[in-house]
Design a protein around this ligand. Structure first.
Ligand code: SF4
Length: 146
């Protein structure tokens, strides 16, 4: 099974603060599956490190007030392209991110509070039929039979 994965979960230092969200349970899936990394924000050309961003309304703003919605949409389109080219039907994406979060995202106040919603990339992948799991929800999932 090919699984699209947020690159930061695989240990890539691609987060806004140039750190990763390395997750051993996700990395272990590489023993049985082909993991295809994406980092939508990097693929959109945003730098590492970068000012963090959050979704407010239907737009994405950096903490210093720049409207980065078009960049985030570009990263989402590129991620979908990778998913389609590699025939991934499933993705494991970093929870709460304005790109990768699914079901719950930071609320736009840069306070650590969250709200219901999806990141820009997660939403586009979902709209195109890709099944999405956050990293804390993969325990016990039989990825070969999804
Ligand atoms: Fe991780 Fe996604 Fe943020 Fe990239 S855009 S650092 S893959 S959460």
């Amino acid at each position: 099974m090919k699984i699209l994965v947020s690159a930061c979960l695989l240990g890539e230092n691609c987060k806004y603060n140039a750190q990763s969200n390395k997750n051993d349970a996700v990395l272990k899936l590489a023993e049985k599956h082909k993991l295809i990394p994406i980092c939508p924000e990097c693929m959109a050309g945003l730098p590492i490190p970068r000012v963090p961003s959050e979704i407010k309304g239907n737009r994405v703003y950096s903490k210093d007030g720049q409207d980065l919605t078009d960049k985030f949409r570009d990263g989402a389109e590129k991620s979908l392209y990778v998913a389609e080219k590699s025939e991934c039907r499933v993705a494991i994406l970093k929870e709460r991110s304005p790109s990768c979060g699914f079901g719950e995202i930071y609320d736009g106040s840069f306070s650590g509070r969250t709200k219901s919603g999806n990141g820009i990339t997660a939403q586009l992948l979902y709209n195109n039929g890709i099944k999405i799991f956050g990293e804390s929800r993969i325990d016990g999932i039989d990825f070969d039979n999804i």
